[in-house]
Design a protein around this ligand. Structure first.
Ligand code: MSP
Length: 649
């Protein structure tokens, strides 16, 4: 029989700044779901990657004076490291700068252009760069982006549009016919009330001002809108419209797109409309989860600065507490579909309570008692009343976890597993094995109790495998079980009497929360320092001058019409046109610019300095430059196209 397929995706991540624990949320959930479906014997394809084009990245790179690729590369490799640390077992990591992807985006645009779903018109609207979203004036809230509340910029340019409006009725019908398509339910109401009811406008899908992107095949002056580029990854990764589209045929449509609630609009309106226009089936389900919050706000760079010392760096968190602790917190703490507050205290409390106390103690107490009293696993024995309850809880666990994960609800699934862990701890209190151990005639009963505990632990360890990647294998090995054991071996009674039971070092050491929080605070202070983008240092102010002093300086706009390096010096010799005349200018910038680079540059020149001769050449003015903290010089140019000779005032 052919295996059932399960295609699951995370959004592709913007490599636009440092990575924080909020970024790990979507991907850890997807990884747990992917692992669970693999354990069910399904053919799983798990896709993740990076969204590398667009204005946001172009700007961040420009801010640092480097190319977008130079800016992106380290962030992409840090992201991959982060996924490795968190044991994210994806099948494919797609980058929107991959050639196969950009080729696919071009073909998608061409196809939509040929079918008439993309057309050219004048665009005028507001752009939010951090969200890479376009808004009409009516959609703005107090003149700001309705999604993130940040500044928007007015943009007017000739653009290509996608006929989104045409697909509005089909999207409405999609929601009506498939109540499972968009989850949780509240997101459907948001989409309908905030967007569909008001009517969809056609979507601007090209830019001429942002050149860091995919050039349109039918108009080289235009570049793909980053969201169309990004969404296409879900099918380009499978070879859609390529020579080999076998993966596309096998895995599409996706069973699940998992993503944060702020990007539901793109996935539940724009994406299905695009697919409909392409004649491709829509995904089975889109789930918009909630956010990790800090101080009530979504975790993000700008906001974490304002917050006290919460450690949000995933690398540090994994280093300090381990992969399982970080995965567990993310999967267990936040009620699924809602937002959840992130603090180090909550993190540590959760780990201490569930992993160290409940699970850790159960495992170590049981192993210690078995070794002390029997040296190896005792025989199962006859079940008594209280045993039956524990056995029933362990035996019923799989179907409860499965039911929770069918709703994608990892916190509920984990709550079910830890309910059994708690039941087992309670069973220890009820059966008092330490008292049984004192009485030789109760040895058989003691053996039965310890067997039931060991077996419950084994079943919980198997059920924990989709969620935790380290502890389950350790626990299974300590019980002399195959660490690869899966759901096929869940029947109660799988452990063999006589098996060696190793005492484990504490699986999750208990943390002294007060001490730990103090240490974390100092780590965060250090991390914050390291993160800062170097800012121009406040140089000592010069003596004050009057406006009349300033007015004495004559500065004009010019263009470099000729330039050559002056041999054996740090000088470049520029001929600068300032309208009705040219000036010969020497400037000490040969370390920073070549003569070719200077040619054609618009510059600002101080034009009323006394001429001065250097290296036998007359200099009749001075180029205005900015000096970075590391001494790099940048020529200052006028922002707009003003005529040569214009005076600065
Ligand atoms: N590049 C787009 C997605 C394009 S998909 C075709 C994007 N990238 S992102 O890097 O900003 O976000 C990636 C994922 O991280 C999203 O699911 C987002 O919701 C999630 N998170 C980022 N910060 C988060 C929290 N504070 N909490 C939970 N998840 C959040 O959007």
């Amino acid at each position: 029989m052919e295996k059932k397929k399960y295609y699951i995706t995370t959004p592709i991540y913007y490599p636009s700044g440092h990575w924080h624990i909020g970024h790990c949320y979507t991907t850890v959930i997807c990884d747990a779901l992917a692992r669970f479906h693999k354990m069910l014997g399904e053919d799983v394809f798990f896709l993740t990657g990076t969204d590398e084009h667009g204005q946001k990245i172009e700007k961040e790179a420009a801010k640092r004076g480097i190319t977008p690729m130079q800016f992106i590369e380290p962030l992409v490799s840090q992201l991959k490291d982060m996924w490795k640390l968190l044991d994210i077992d994806y099948n494919r990591f797609i980058r929107t700068t991959d050639e196969e992807h950009t080729e696919c985006v071009k073909k998608i645009y061409q196809k939509l252009y040929d079918s008439g779903d993309i057309y050219k018109a004048e665009y005028s609207g507001y752009y939010c760069t951090p969200c890479e979203s376009m808004w009409t004036e009516a959609q703005l809230v107090d003149g700001k982006c309705p999604d993130c509340g940040r500044e928007v910029t007015l943009q007017k340019e000739e653009s290509y549009f996608f006929r989104l409006s045409k697909y509005a009725p089909a999207i409405m019908k999609l929601y009506e016919d498939n109540p499972e398509f968009l989850q949780p339910k509240s997101r459907v109401n948001e989409m309908v009330n905030n967007f569909l009811k008001a009517g969809l406008q056609d979507l601007c899908v090209s830019r001429t001002t942002v050149k860091w992107g995919v050039q349109l095949p039918f108009d080289k002056n235009h570049y793909a809108y980053v969201w169309i580029d990004a969404l296409s990854n879900y099918i380009s990764a499978l070879g859609y419209l390529s020579e080999d589209d076998s993966l596309f045929k096998k895995y599409w449509p996706a069973q699940l797109h998992m993503l944060g609630k702020e990007i539901v609009r793109f996935h539940a309106i724009i994406w299905p409309a695009l697919l409909m226009a392409l004649g491709v089936p829509v995904p089975e389900q889109v789930y918009g989860h909630g956010w990790l919050l800090i101080g009530g706000d979504k975790l993000s760079k700008s906001k974490t600065d304002a917050v006290k010392y919460e450690l949000t760096d995933p690398y540090e968190l994994v280093k300090r507490y381990g992969t399982d602790a970080v995965r567990y917190f993310l999967l267990r703490e936040i009620p699924f579909g809602s937002d959840g507050e992130y603090t180090n205290e909550r993190f540590l409390n959760r780990i201490n309570a569930d992993l160290s106390n409940d699970l850790g103690n159960l495992v170590s107490r049981t192993a210690a008692m078995i070794n002390q009293n029997f040296g190896c696993l005792p025989a199962r024995g006859k079940a008594e009343g209280v045993d039956c309850e524990l056995i029933a809880a362990a035996e019923g666990l799989f179907s409860k976890v499965k039911e929770a994960l069918e709703r994608l609800n990892a916190p509920d699934a984990l709550a079910e597993i830890f309910a059994v862990v708690s039941r087992a701890n309670k069973y220890i209190d009820e059966t008092t094995p330490w008292i049984l151990a004192k009485n030789e005639s109760k040895k058989e009963r003691l053996g039965a109790v310890l067997y039931n505990l060991a077996e419950t632990i084994r079943i919980c360890a198997i059920m924990l495998k989709p969620f935790l990647t380290k502890a389950p294998a350790l626990i299974l090995k300590s019980l002399s079980c195959d660490e690869n054991a899966g759901f096929e071996s869940l029947a109660f009674g799988g452990l063999k009497a006589g098996a060696k039971v190793e005492k484990l070092p504490p699986v999750f050491p208990r943390v002294d929360i007060k001490k730990e929080l103090a240490e974390v605070e100092s780590i965060v202070k250090e991390l914050k320092k390291a993160e800062e983008i170097p800012q121009a240092q406040e140089t000592p102010s010069k003596e004050q001058i009057t406006i009349d002093d300033f007015a004495k300086v004559e500065m004009r706009v010019g263009t470099v019409i000729a330039c050559e390096a002056v041999k054996k010096s740090k000088l470049l010799h520029e001929t600068v046109s300032i309208g009705n005349r040219t000036l010969s200018i020497l400037s000490g910038i040969a370390k920073h610019y070549t003569a070719e680079e200077m040619l054609g540059k618009r510059v600002i020149v101080v034009t009323n300095l006394p001429p001065r001769e250097m290296k036998g050449i007359l200099s009749e003015g001075m180029l205005v430059c900015a000096e970075a903290p590391d001494g790099t010089l940048t020529v200052v140019s006028p922002e707009k196209n003003v005529p040569d000779g214009s005076l600065l005032s």
